[in-house]
Ligand binder design. Structure first.
Ligand code: NAD
Length: 233
């Protein structure tokens, strides 16, 4: 169990569960410009629209199920120490059964105080204008918006820099600082990038690009890694 696999996931791994990616729609998130629904400025400008956007995402999420790619990553835990670092705000890794999941950009099923980011609560229902935290301020989605700091980044860097294998799945690697995580992997570690599109492949050592959908590429690679645990692949 000493071999650590770190998995970096983005919106693409949840695409086949029915949740739209972000870049796939010309930089719009479910038809909205990101600055409208995922920035502090957008929140100040129209709180009701932002709350409604995430309420809809939450309602959609509960109807979605993890797919074969999420489940294949859980299988790896039979033989490896697996840490999933995800940019996704859905809970499909957890529902599939992944034990260690770091959410870099927050979670849809949580909400937090708009004055104290450490006051975080479960959120299974809609958030409305007027829903207050114990300190008396408006509740907001527990989502890291563009321009805000990424509190779990240090944890993520530590995990990536101590991994023997790194698998990147379904991310355009265009949202920073998450996109820079691969640079912290050691040159010796084996790395794979799984994405069906012809995307930018970063120039890092030992990186193989698997041009397949997540539900195809991830189970295949997981099978290979479980079969060859003692081989250097
Ligand atoms: P992105 O939309 O920028 O990139 C998605 C990538 O997934 C693309 O490279 C695309 O080619 C690939 N892809 C599409 N279908 C795929 C499939 N079936 N299998 C594998 N890959 C597939 O996503 P990003 O890099 O994660 O950045 C988007 C940001 O928006 C993130 O910060 C995230 O928080 C947020 N977001 C989250 C969700 C979610 O939680 N599911 C959904 C949309 C956006």
């Amino acid at each position: 169990m000493s071999k650590k696999i770190v998995i970096l996931t983005g919106a693409g791994i949840s695409a086949e569960s029915g949740i739209k990616t972000f870049r796939g729609a010309n930089g719009l998130w479910e038809n909205h410009p990101v600055e409208e629904v995922a920035s502090p400025v957008g929140w100040e400008r129209n709180m009701e629209l932002v709350l409604d956007f995430y309420n809809q995402r939450r309602q959609q999420l509960v109807k979605c199920q993890p797919n074969k790619a999420h489940f294949a990553l859980v299988e790896l835990e039979r033989q490896y120490d697996v840490v999933v670092i995800t940019q996704n705000v859905d809970d499909l890794h957890e529902r599939a059964g992944s034990k260690k999941v770091i959410h870099l950009h927050g979670e849809l099923l949580k909400m937090r105080s708009s004055v104290d980011e450490n006051l975080v609560f479960d959120c299974l229902n809609d958030i409305a204008v007027g829903d207050k935290c114990p300190k008396g301020s408006q509740m907001r989605p527990h989502i890291v918006w563009f321009g805000e700091s990424v509190p779990r980044m240090e944890d993520a860097i530590l995990e990536v820099s101590t991994a023997t294998k790194v698998i990147v799945i379904g991310t355009s690697l265009s949202v920073y600082p998450a996109a820079g995580l691969l640079n912290y992997a050691t040159p010796e570690s084996s790395k794979w990038l799984i994405d069906p599109d012809t995307i930018y492949v970063p120039p890092v050592a030992n990186l193989e690009f698997i041009q397949k959908k997540a539900t195809e590429g991830v189970p295949e690679l997981a099978h290979q890694l479980l079969q060859n645990e003692n081989c250097v692949i």
